[in-house]
Design a protein around this ligand. Structure first.
Ligand code: ADP
Ligand code: MG
Length: 287
């Protein structure tokens, strides 16, 4: 690479809010044929709001007590939702975060867990009574979380996270560039499919833990694809680092910025179309 052409390319990107780490990232971008995107915080705003509560009167209050200790965006939705319902949120006396599954701990001497069906199974709680409501919420692209109290399914909390205004246009532009777009999420399959269908996303990998995100990137690479992965860094830093080009949403976690080849300052995916054009122009100058 001629240092001059790379500097010009990097400089042009920066003036449009596209930060490119180095010559390698700029050159690799031209070869990318697959874009993997995290759902929460990348396609969506990452600011979920509580929209549904089912089950015992106490379920939301006890769930919020645990979530007050969690940093997850879903946790904030539940705590804010409880306050909006006029509830006083008690202190939790023990708290454990179970990555990609939820939270559990002790509130008012009771064992409480909030999260996925897999977490409920670990608690010995059968969420069958809430399955239909969970399915209905997921079909609308909402995230459903079960609440267990003392090993018994006690409630269902559903949250909605708006798709970013810029996402549909960005997906269209990236498709026009010939990219295959894959959604990767820890959320349930039905939720992911509902969001993907509305956006015209080509493939969905759902229900994965952070290690599963890494595996998904490796599988695509093993199929001969050159992969860019866009994420906000919450749970997806290993996947960002394994991709041929890691793309951080500038609005996300610092850890994403550290492992990314490209940072989109405004968090708008359509910046990638411009970045690829720069990349190709630079590669042409080099050759
Ligand atoms: P994403 O890939 O969308 O960022 P995560 O891997 O962070 O999702 O979480 C996967 C799933 O685990 C969530 O959809 C939710 O059901 C559950 N979960 C994660 N964190 C929490 C939490 N703090 N409270 C309740 N449920 C949670
Ligand atoms: Mg995430």
């Amino acid at each position: 690479a001629t240092p001059m052409s790379v500097m010009v390319g990097v400089g042009r990107g920066a003036s449009r809010g596209i930060l490119i780490r180095n010559a390698e990232a700029l050159e690799r971008l031209a070869a990318v044929d697959t874009l993997v995107v995290d759902k929460t915080g990348t396609l969506t705003e990452g600011k979920p709001a509580l929209v549904g509560v089912e089950g015992d009167d106490d379920a939301l209050r006890l769930a919020a007590a645990l979530e007050a200790a969690s940093e997850h965006p879903l946790a904030k939705a539940i705590v804010d939702g409880a306050r909006e319902h006029g509830l006083t949120v008690p202190e939790a006396s023990g708290f454990d975060s179970v990555t990609g599954k939820g939270v559990r701990g002790t509130v008012e001497g009771r064992r409480v867990a909030v999260g996925t069906a897999a977490l409920m199974a670990e608690e010995g709680a059968d969420p069958a009574a809430f399955a239909a409501a969970a399915d209905a919420a997921r079909a609308q692209g909402r995230t459903a979380m079960f609440v267990a109290v003392d090993g018994r399914a006690a409630g269902l909390l559903t949250v909605a996270d708006r798709v970013k205004e810029t996402t549909p246009g960005a997906i269209r532009a990236l498709h026009a560039e010939g990219l295959r777009i894959v959604m990767l999420t820890g959320d349930a399959e039905a939720t992911a499919r509902a969001v993907a269908r509305d956006l015209g996303i080509d493939e969905v990998v759902a229900g994965v833990l952070p290690d599963g995100k890494l595996d998904a990137i490796r599988r695509l690479q093993a199929e001969g694809r050159t992969v860019a992965m866009a994420g906000d860094g919450v749970n997806d830093a290993p996947a960002l680092a394994a991709a041929d080009v890691g793309v951080a949403m500038g609005t996300g976690a610092d850890v994403a910025l550290e492992s990314a080849g490209v940072t989109l300052v405004g968090g708008d995916l359509s910046g990638l179309v411009a970045a690829r054009r720069l990349s190709r122009a630079t590669v042409r100058n080099i050759k």
